[in-house]
Design a protein around this ligand. Structure first.
Ligand code: FDA
Length: 405
């Protein structure tokens, strides 16, 4: 039997940050992970360069049933605190776009920093360790929990659940944290794959497949939220940063709206071409603004036929009537569709939903009704936007919980 101040289940971003911080506060800490190595999602993140935080972190970048829950931790451990940590290790990094900070070299640099911090805190890390049972201890003991694992039994005063969400099961994701929360009477909100590409079916799927590989900047909107980023057609539907971002706000059965020309007023542009006495066809001129392959396919698609846009495509620009222009402007500025679904957990970056934040303290991350039991990181019902926000939540929640374990 091993006795410790704190056991952290899950050696991902949140778990390693929490373990290192608690260890450096003088606590005896062990991280138990069932995977063959820790930090796998860090290694695969940001295309191998880990988008480890963002210059512009705000509570508004997070979704949760309780939007106030994330505020305290995000203000107590900020993006600048994490930047200060990585700067101590001389990490070379750059801002890619929209405040997103990436490693210049590889994501492993971030994992190495966390492992070095764990070593400074004397943290013991055990991989390939499956938790078979968690028992709450009562009576005359300092220890609140007993863990039965494939690596033997442990007792601890504080138990931190940092087992993450359900995305990418092949990387070790499990529903362990939700099951443990239920075991101790905490509530779980509905969970869904998020930051995930959309799938189409029928004619829309055929259209997307014919355009697979075409990327363009768009504004995408759903449920009163909009993002201006790049979008990509795929063999299954649509993807790219804009699509992943809006997937956080999308529920099955919702329409999404896409503006394919976010920086141009197409009606004004057509009026301009008409005033210049252009003799070109609409398709030719639109191909100056968007990839020609997209313009041609879009104007020939079923949705274009339904509104009569296909018959306008080959008209000379001078012959376009006011109603023609309205039809074309709507087709490119406010195209609506209903995705059939998402690609699911096998490609999703995160899980939306999780352990109900009403059952957890936003200051300590301790379960309100179970002294000594903590939940941090993605297992909680806190989901960030794409762009380094989810790691910042892992760092912040891990750091703050570590002050109390
Ligand atoms: P995380 O998933 O990191 O760790 C959970 C740990 O628990 C894992 O080590 C797992 O093996 C372990 N575990 C699970 N079940 C267990 C069990 N039953 N017993 C023991 N251990 C168990 N975010 C971001 O901000 N910037 C980015 O660039 C990216 N990029 C990115 C790419 C891809 C492909 C994905 C899938 C995700 C991202 N993310 C991201 C999201 C980010 O990776 C994610 O939000 C954090 O890793 C969450 O950190 P956690 O520590 O909560 O869970």
């Amino acid at each position: 039997m091993k006795d410790l101040d704190c056991i952290v289940i899950g050696g991902g971003a949140a778990g390693l940050m929490c373990a290192a911080t608690a260890g450096q506060r003088g606590k005896s800490v062990a991280v138990l992970d069932h995977a063959n190595k820790v930090g796998k999602k860090i290694l695969m993140s940001g295309g191998g360069r880990c988008n480890f935080t963002n210059y512009f972190v705000e509570p508004a970048n997070y979704l949760s049933q309780n939007p106030h829950f994330c505020k305290s931790a995000l203000s107590r451990y900020t993006q600048y605190d994490f930047i200060e940590l990585v700067s101590r290790y001389n990490l070379e990094y750059h801002e890619k776009t929209l405040g997103q900070l990436f490693c210049d070299h590889k994501a492993k640099d971030i994992l190495n920093i966390l492992l070095a911090e764990c070593e400074l805190g004397g943290v013991e890390i055990t991989t390939q360790c499956s938790i078979e049972k968690v028992e709450q201890l009562t009576g005359d003991t300092d220890y609140r929990f007993k863990l039965h694992t494939t690596m033997g039994a442990y007792r601890c005063k504080s138990l931190v659940v940092a087992s993450g969400g359900l995305s990418i099961p092949t990387m070790g994701a499990t529903g362990f944290g939700y099951d443990l929360a239920k075991q101790f009477g905490l509530r779980i909100t509905a969970r869904e794959a998020s930051l995930v590409p959309f799938t189409f079916k029928g004619e829309l799927l055929t259209l997307a497949q014919s355009l697979a590989g075409v990327a363009l900047p768009v504004v995408i909107s759903c449920n009163n939220q909009s993002f201006k980023e790049a979008m990509l057609f795929t063999h299954k539907g649509i993807s790219g940063p804009a699509v992943l971002q809006i997937s956080n706000y999308w529920y099955s059965g919702n329409n999404i709206e896409i503006n394919f020309l976010p920086d141009i007023d197409l009606a004004e542009q057509i009026a301009q071409w008409q005033s210049e006495k252009s003799k070109s066809e609409l398709t030719t001129l639109l191909s100056r603004l968007m990839p020609k392959r997209f313009v041609v396919a879009w104007l020939a698609a079923e949705h274009a036929k339904a509104c009569g846009a296909n018959s306008i495509a080959n008209k000379n620009i001078a012959d376009l009537s006011r109603s023609d222009i309205e039809i074309i402007a709507k087709l490119f500025h406010a195209w609506q569709c209903m995705p059939a679904g998402t690609e699911g957990y096998k490609t999703a970056e995160v899980t939306r939903g999780g352990v109900n934040t009403d059952d957890v303290s936003s200051k300590t991350f301790e379960a309100k009704k179970v002294p000594g039991l903590y939940f941090i990181g993605e297992v909680l019902d806190v989901t960030g936007w794409l762009g380094g926000f989810n790691f910042q939540w892992a760092w912040a929640s891990g750091y703050c919980a570590a002050q109390h374990v």
